[in-house]
Design a protein around this ligand. Structure first.
Ligand code: AMP
Length: 284
């Protein structure tokens, strides 16, 4: 695996690779787990030369404490990527992504996609996510961009970014990789205490139950029942549990004819904030 820290070096290496390969890109913030590695595998299956990036992007953190405590395991990450046969790792510092003297402000109208759910609880988060992904896409210029459905709202934001700016990249949404007990893999799971780790699988259980009950119970009741079930577990504290139209992210009640519904949840497990989601319509 080739490791680059400088954008210019990476770009000159990729210039040659482009003649013979399509480039697949997997942006991450590191502390890699099997969920991340499943995206690398998807890119490999597509036959791409795979570029993974590790950059803990400060502009998407709305709380300094969250940025400071975000897990960082660079040595382990490098050996995991070597093991799965990732071709190229880009590990820039902030100066490479936001060089001094260049404008770092970013603002895009996401037509409300950034105002609900994560956007409501984490002001500025999605402007930061879009900013860093745009910058990374400018550097790497991949044909394919692999991102996880676990961050469902993030996918909608990046799809909007790509469509609005007409970026020449194909967004490939990838399935959520889970622990055996159903907990969605996340870098933040490493920070769970033993007790919080035991409680956390309830989040996916509640999502599955909601899916199973869809059609027999009204949407507001489904949401209320899910919140109550989460609140009933010591250490779990849901921030929201919302069933939305999967395209507009507007509440499902406002769009009774929607053919695409997704239940999305953010829930604290002790002091760790976790998110997850499940598609409930179509029901397969
Ligand atoms: P992160 O390092 O959390 O920014 O995640 C980097 C990429 O990995 C994003 O596209 C995430 O959606 C994706 N990802 C994170 N966790 C999972 C998971 N459990 N399964 C699949 N993809 C994931």
């Amino acid at each position: 695996m080739y490791l680059f820290k400088k954008a210019a070096r990476l770009q000159s290496y990729l210039k040659n690779q482009r003649h013979s390969h399509t480039i697949g890109f997997v942006p991450t913030m590191g502390a890699l787990h099997e969920g991340h590695l499943s995206l690398i595998e998807e890119a490999q299956k597509a036959g791409d030369q795979v570029v993974c990036s590790i950059f803990v992007n400060p502009t998407q953190f709305n709380e300094q404490k969250d940025l400071d405590t975000y897990p960082r395991t660079p040595h382990k990450d490098i050996s995991l990527l070597e093991k799965v046969g990732c071709d190229i790792l880009f590990m820039p510092d902030a100066g490479q992504i936001y060089p001094e003297g260049t404008t770092t402000t970013f603002s895009m109208d996401f037509e409300g996609l950034d105002k609900t759910m994560e956007g409501a609880f984490r002001p500025g988060h999605f402007q930061g996510v879009a900013q860093v992904v745009k910058r990374l896409l400018d550097i790497v210029q991949p044909q394919n961009l692999f991102m996880g459905k676990k961050d469902f709202q993030q996918l909608a934001i990046i799809r909007h970014l790509i469509n609005t700016l007409n970026l020449p990249v194909n967004l490939v949404p990838c399935a959520t990789f889970r622990e055996k007990d159903g907990l969605a893999m996340s870098s933040r799971n490493a920070r769970l205490s033993e007790a919080a780790r035991k409680a956390a699988p309830t989040i996916y259980e509640v999502l599955k139950k909601t899916k199973a009950q869809y059609g027999t119970t009204s949407i507001p009741d489904l949401e209320q029942q899910a919140l109550a079930a989460l609140n009933a577990v010591p250490l779990l504290k849901p921030e929201y549990f919302t069933i939305v139209d999967g395209h507009s992210l507007q509440p499902a009640e406002a769009l009774p004819n929607s053919e695409y519904l997704v239940a999305c949840v953010a829930c604290w497990a002790d002091d760790v904030r976790l998110i997850d989601n499940i598609r409930i319509k179509p029901n397969n």
